[in-house]
Design a protein around this ligand. Sequence first.
Ligand code: ATP
Ligand code: MG
Length: 294
Amino acid sequence: MKMAGMAALSAGTSGGLDQRKFTLTDFEIGNRLGRGKFGKVYLARKLPEQYICALKVLWKAQLRKQNVEHQLRREIEIMANLRHPNILRLYGYFHDNDRVFLILEYAAGGELFNVLRDRGRFNEETTAKYMKDLASALEYCHRKNIIHRDIKPENLLLDHNGNIKLSDFGWSVHAPGKRRMTMCGTLDYLPPEMVMRKEHDPSVDIWALGVLGFEFITGQPPFEAQGQKATFKRITKVDLTFPCYISKDAQDLIKKLLKKEPSDRLPLSKVPDHPFIVKNLASAAKTAAKKKKK
Ligand code: ATP
Ligand code: MG
């Protein structure tokens, strides 16, 4: 059984993790926060320190059945080594006979997807803040040779201050100097080169940032269509149309991210300097200052 190897993991690559041995008795378990593919996520309090965290419980039998032990191990290795204000922290993990437990940073604001669904769409100030923070998180990953490859609103959580936290590194790859050929990720967020099963590189995440930006502002991903085939077609043609209420600046940034040719996409390091981000963050800061005065 491969999961037994989980114990050995800490000796190798997951240098960023708390190396102490945890057991379930170290935690006081609270409300269920959500349900994942392989188990549930609970609010928890670590004893005796009393810190709050999220405990993700995964059933080994299910992981084995779906043949994803390897993927989980990669997710742990990757998350353990990431330290960024917009990336969900993994503090540690442990396992018993039947389950694997991940000790995660608690994201009190829940899924961004739910907030977007409730509000319909975000205004441009909110969108600019999320895009800037995501660009920063992704740039950090790319610097460590990690490609996320599964950026979508369901994989974005919010903390108690409404700051975005990138999570779910299950599909990500640590690929120094390598271009990957596997097909993964959710259809709507796939770039042309992945739809066409060509080689791809970190710029797949730049494309996904463009798709998200569009979805934040309009409430819908840009290439939505009836059925896979039609979506693929729209993606490969970069069949992009903007509703009239989207500002010219927003359109310009999204267009610069959604370039068919990967090397033409705006580098992540340039995102914060784009007028859409600069202007909206400045006006958001003004609004916040006014509110404070009152
Ligand atoms: P899926 O692939 O279906 O998204 P999953 O196995 O990746 O499932 P998660 O997405 O990690 O599982 O967790 C399931 C749900 O639990 C999330 O959608 C979210 O609502 C909640 N959740 C997960 N982690 C946290 C966290 N750290 N803080 C708060 N809520 C969380
Ligand atoms: Mg998930």
